[in-house]
Design a protein around this ligand. Structure first.
Ligand code: KIV
Ligand code: ZN
Length: 386
């Protein structure tokens, strides 16, 4: 069975940049966009052009330099937004307009003070208008996660007729459980007339920590695009993390789903985004966190030193991390101490190791982590040198 290609739609520069205090200037965005293009993402959502002159300029400049990816600009279902986005995207080799509207009862009643039929009409006009500028038009049904499936199918059918090439089904509030989100995608695949003319996209937020699980359920149930950000940054609790969904597909080949991502660039680009935005990545973050390949308990360290695969499901080199780390703490065992001592030039005999280990434990109880200079100090002042 041949693999289904899952398109990676990166929205670090749009949804990701909505994190308070993480605003980037155009030159920072250009550096990130270049790296995303090299990483192999299929689509770069470069910004929301009508939102500010700065965002317009960023989308325009990114459109000029991106060589391979489609460049996308976000709009509301508002003519002027669409016209401005088309203008910002005019230099893109492959432009896409991403337009849409809220479809849940909560959005229709409270945000738009409207009704379901009128919202469908607005969606259709927005897609038709966007189509007058570009061929590739993605429609988002905002808050699709809390929209009833029957109505969602109706609006999807209408926008496909108007020319939408991609249907984005956002779980905007991160509310869905994985089986519910998967069932929603399956329902649309089975009930929307003309669905074969468009692809379905997952756009999941992480309010309940389920963004990655929901996106994976989405593609297992027939979606062909995932919208995500580097390090999972984004509004509130963030978006689906690009590095997580990509590595899930790579590490589970029997799913028969793959991407074009050069995974060896993941760690580097994670650092670039984190440094440019001044947003710290939690140490236990999957794939790219400082501790993702660090082992500190004696039992794990002994296993990893004997064979990395005992406690690691990913080869760190596959994501651009040079090697696994054996961290020395008061929980470390003799194997870890011998390993780290050897790395800094001491080949200890069994007897020497016993002596140094006792002194190491006393020292380690006074410090969070024992570093290379401490190892020298412990060995040099230990009884084996007296
Ligand atoms: O979360 C969301 O619904 C969005 C849309 C604007 C695509 O970001
Ligand atoms: Zn979003």
């Amino acid at each position: 069975m041949s693999n289904t290609h899952i398109q990676i739609f990166d929205t670090t520069l749009r949804d990701g940049e909505q994190v308070p205090g993480c605003k980037l200037n155009t030159s920072q965005k250009l550096i990130i966009a270049k790296q995303l293009d090299l990483l192999g993402v299929d689509i770069i959502e470069a910004g929301f052009p009508v939102s500010s002159p700065g965002d317009f300029k960023s989308v325009e400049e990114i459109s000029k330099i991106v060589k391979n990816a489609t460049v996308c600009g976000l709009t509301r279902a508002v003519e002027n937004d669409i016209k401005v986005a088309a203008e910002a995207l005019k230099y893109a080799k492959k432009p896409r307009i991403h337009t849409g509207i809220g479809t849940s009862d909560s959005h229709i009643i409270h945000k738009f003070k409207s009704n379901k039929d009128a919202i469908i009409e607005r969606a259709v006009s927005a897609v038709s208008y966007a189509k007058s500028f570009v061929e590739d038009v993605e429609f988002y049904a905002e808050d699709a996660g809390r929209t009833d499936n029957e109505y969602l199918a109706r609006i999807c059918e209408a926008v496909i007729k108007a020319g939408a090439t991609v249907l984005n089904i956002p779980d905007t509030t991160g509310y869905c459980l994985p089986h519910e989100y998967g069932a929603k995608i399956k329902y649309l695949k089975e009930n929307v007339k003309g669905i074969e003319k468009a692809i379905i996209s997952c756009h999941c937020h992480n309010d309940l920590g389920l963004a990655t699980a929901n996106s994976i359920e989405g593609i297992i149930n027939g979606a062909q695009q995932i919208e995500c950000t580097i390090n999972g940054i984004g509004e509130r609790a963030g978006n689906t993390a690009l590095e997580e969904v990509v590595m899930i597909m790579k590490q589970h080949p029997y799913l028969n789903l793959d991407t074009k991502i050069d995974t060896t660039m993941l760690y580097g680009i994670s650092q670039l985004v984190s440094d440019s935005m001044g947003i710290y990545t939690q140490p236990n973050k999957a794939i790219v966190g400082a501790n993702a390949f660090a082992h500190s308990s004696g039992i794990h360290q002994d296993g990893v030193i004997k064979n990395r695969e005992t406690y690691e499901i990913i080869d760190p080199k596959d994501v651009g991390v040079t090697e696994s780390a054996i961290v020395l703490t008061a929980r470390s065992g003799r194997a870890a101490l011998a390993y780290r001592a050897k790395n800094v030039g001491y080949e200890l005999t069994k007897l020497e190791l016993d002596i140094v280990y006792a002194e190491f434990l006393t020292f380690a109880d006074t410090k969070k982590e024992v570093v290379d200079s401490d190892i020298h100090q412990i060995i040099k002042t230990s009884k084996i040198y007296k």
